[in-house]
Design a protein around this ligand. Structure first.
Ligand code: HPA
Length: 175
């Protein structure tokens, strides 16, 4: 059984016409979770992308980013929803299909010039990932790469992100 075959697809969630790719079935499976972290770990041990710290995006980016940080011996920095971080923060607003959202990072979270691996579970429109990249840069970091379990290339986020000059690594695609 592969990573992809452990991901559950739920039609019409959160609304009609959306096929939701649900990674909870992947990571509740101990072999599945280990496959995810081991594949990402091997990629970053072998391919030479040089980075200092992992930045994970709330909430599912914490699960993957936390385990990957531990496996690679890197620190972990959270990007959170508004009002959750206790010290001074930088904020970034981004557009959703309906309305907008904001994410935050501690202003002292990163050393000036530190190289960041940005981690989330899934890439769809790329809105959250690009907002997180903007936050990293606001507080002095440099985005070395963005890593995801799932890429949904048809939604367009991958192209948006590549167009802005960032690099992406993902473990599986869904059409
Ligand atoms: N799964 C999980 N998160 C998402 C999806 C999805 O299919 N699309 C946008 N965010």
């Amino acid at each position: 059984m592969t990573i992809k075959s452990r991901i559950r697809s739920i039609p019409d969630y959160p609304k009609k016409g959306i096929m939701f790719r649900d990674i909870t079935t992947l990571i509740k499976d101990p072999v599945g979770f280990r496959l995810v972290i081991d594949n990402l770990t091997q990629h970053y041990l072998q391919n030479g992308v040089d980075f200092d710290v992992i930045v994970g995006i709330e909430a599912r980016g914490f699960i993957i980013g936390g385990a990957l940080s531990y496996a690679l011996g890197k620190g972990f920095v959270p990007v959170r929803k508004p009002g959750k971080l206790p010290a001074d923060v930088a904020s970034q607003k981004y557009e959703l299909e309906y309305g907008s959202d904001t994410i935050e990072i501690h202003i002292d979270a990163l050393e000036e010039g530190s190289r960041v691996l940005l981690v989330d579970d899934l890439l769809a429109t790329g809105g959250t990932a690009l907002a997180a990249a903007a936050l990293v840069e606001k507080v002095g970091g440099v985005v070395a790469e963005m890593a995801f379990i799932v890429n949904l290339p048809d939604v367009g986020g991958e192209q948006r992100i590549l167009d802005k000059g960032y690099s992406i690594f993902s473990l599986t695609d869904f059409e």
